[in-house]
Write a protein that binds this ligand. Structure first.
Ligand code: ZN
Length: 254
């Protein structure tokens, strides 16, 4: 019986190993590269700090928190975050986005009023050592051409509006970016799955949530139990879950 020289065995094993590594790598990339989901949370609700942030950290998911001092933010610290809590979200690696000082629809504002509201949140971020916002969210989902120009001038990269479809970077203006899902009390896991499923062929599903729960805005409440089902689905599907500011990088790597 002829013995196979050790060098041949070593080379064969090496090639097999390389092929295996390349295959597993492409499988791993495949499971995450198909679908990119952005999670966004509006209106500075206290449950963002007390419940959403720790849970997202457990899952290793990114997210954007859109901060406004509107509603009763300044007087009701039981239901709205403090700036110290917002600072901790930034420190934890989440994105802090600008949702204006007063939560007035931009379509009802002059350029000066809008700029002042935008600047106020930027200054508060600076005061608390929070990364300067590069993402914006239109209050009440109302947009205006003038607001888009102001956002562009001030270096904003993404601005989320309303809607019910995935963002298509090939055709959509990133400063009037649609949401694919708007978390409401009546929203279902099936609707969430359908929104996630739209994140294909280079499109991105941007999800909107308010409080989890949201005591002060019950019409946009999401129950914690339902929210965990959404996150569990994203995890089991191997979806890449990021903040809005990380979108360019995520699209480039796809
Ligand atoms: Zn809002």
């Amino acid at each position: 019986m002829r013995l196979v020289p050790p060098i041949i065995i070593a080379v064969t094993a090496g090639v097999a190993c390389l092929v295996f590594m390349l295959c597993s790598q492409s499988r791993a990339e495949k499971s995450s590269d198909d679908r990119v989901v952005v999670l966004t949370f509006d209106d500075s609700v206290v449950s963002h700090a007390t419940y959403v942030s720790p849970l997202l950290q457990e899952y290793g998911f990114g997210a954007t928190f859109f901060i406004t001092e509107g509603f009763e933010f300044l007087v009701d610290k039981k239901h709205y975050m403090t700036w110290e809590q917002i600072q901790l979200l930034d420190t934890a690696g989440f994105e802090i986005g600008n949702h204006t000082r007063n939560h007035t629809p931009v379509s009802k504002q002059t350029i000066e009023q809008f700029t002042a509201d935008l600047e106020h949140i930027e200054q508060q971020c600076e005061k608390y050592g929070i990364t300067r916002p590069s993402s914006f969210c239109y209050p009440s989902y109302k947009t205006s051409e003038a607001a888009v120009s102001v956002l562009k001038e001030r270096g904003y990269r993404f601005a989320r509006a309303g809607g019910a479809r995935a963002f298509d970077p090939a055709v959509d203006d990133p400063l009037i970016l649609p949401q694919a899902f708007d978390g409401k009390p009546e929203s279902t896991l099936e609707q969430f799955k359908a929104a996630v499923d739209q994140a294909r062929d280079g499109k991105v599903a941007v999800m909107t949530f308010h409080g989890v729960p949201d005591i002060k805005h019950p019409w946009v409440n999401t129950d914690p139990e339902k929210f965990e089902q959404y996150l569990e689905y994203l995890k089991t599907e191997g979806v890449r879950v990021i903040a809005l500011r990380d979108l360019d990088e995520a699209l480039e790597s796809n």
